[in-house]
Design a protein around this ligand. Structure first.
Ligand code: GDP
Length: 300
């Protein structure tokens, strides 16, 4: 997969010169850091993130605390690798299940980000892990959204809770609350709430999502972001962090030719871990996000 393809290539190229040198000088480090900076900017990583990242690399590469067993190029690679893992969240972050079921997982993000698809992917994975997930249609903004959730629910083999016409349709907060009661009664142990999004950040819908969050007190709020979003990633992620205070990030469409800057920018500016990656339209094109694997892929 060509995730971070450009970035990876650039870093490797910029480090190639160092491989032959005996000792790391400030000039070597500055030259390499300049290359890393350019590569990150070209990968659409936000400027403040790039600045902080490269300052850190420079400081660490010039400190006495480098691993002397490695040659200078390997030292820089190790530092860049560690810093990338750090920004991408360090450890794998798994779903935080409620002690008392049902666990409530709310999905938020812009329209088209991949929320509905993710609902199906999560349900499929949870069923494989012997959970009893239920999907909830709280995107009542678009006429077709409920239908779409029903389609992915059927594909995953999961029950979909959708508002009956005439019975509270139009009020997603009430649907969400009813759904949790229903799940408790019927012993579904994970409730996945799909919410509405617009193409741009929208105050009305953000308030609606915030209200759903308040009414359902979710164990996880997952912010789904299209990896292709580029420089808009930071502003969008910040707006959703303010609006719904998400607990984790899902990067979608990593199968496209996204240059990956969104991952670094979002993780760094929000301090929230990336938990899953979506890599295609099919429900099995989905994986737990591993910061260390992603970092090695960047550097390989
Ligand atoms: P929502 O508006 O946030 O619910 O987004 P949808 O789940 O409806 O997804 C919007 C479009 O993106 C649909 O055509 C999906 O099939 C597609 N999509 C979702 N996730 C992925 C992914 O990881 N890769 C690709 N290539 N397409 C995806």
């Amino acid at each position: 997969m060509a995730i971070f393809g450009n970035l990876s290539l650039r870093l490797t190229e910029s480090l190639a010169n160092l491989r032959t040198k005996g000792k790391l000088t400030p000039a070597d480090v500055d030259g390499t850091v300049r290359e890393i900076r350019r590569a990150l900017l070209e990968a659409d990583v936000a400027l403040p993130v790039v600045k902080e990242f490269t300052a850190h690399i420079r400081e660490r590469a010039l400190s006495d605390d480098v691993n002397k067993a490695l040659n200078p190029a390997q030292q820089v690679v190790q530092i860049v690798n560690e810093e990338l893992i750090g920004i991408l969240g360090g450890e794998v972050r798994r779903i935080n299940f409620a002690k008392q079921p049902p666990t409530v997982i709310m999905l938020a993000g812009l329209q088209g980000a991949g929320k509905t698809t993710l609902a199906g992917k999560l349900a499929k994975k949870l069923l494989e892990d012997k959970h009893q997930p239920m999907l909830v249609a709280c995107d009542l903004q678009r006429p077709n959204a409920v239908n779409q959730l029903q389609i992915v629910g059927a594909q995953a083999g999961a029950h979909v809770f959708a508002p009956e016409p005439g019975n509270g349709i139009g009020d997603p907060v009430r649907v969400a609350k009813d759904a949790i009661k229903y799940a408790t009664d019927k012993h579904y142990d994970v409730v996945i709430i799909d919410t509405a999004g617009r193409l741009g950040v929208d105050a009305e819908l953000m308030k609606q999502a915030a209200n759903i969050r308040k009414a359902t007190n979710p164990d996880e709020v997952l912010f789904v972001i299209d990896a292709m979003i580029g420089q808009d990633a930071v502003a969008t992620a910040k707006a959703f962090q303010e609006g719904v205070d998400f607990t984790g990030v899902v990067l979608s469409k990593l199968d496209g030719d996204a240059r990956g800057g969104a991952a670094l920018s979002v993780a760094k500016t929000t301090g929230r871990p990336i938990m899953f990656a979506s890599t295609g339209e099919r429900l099995d094109e989905f994986e737990v996000f591993h910061p260390d694997r992603m970092a090695s892929r960047i550097l390989d």
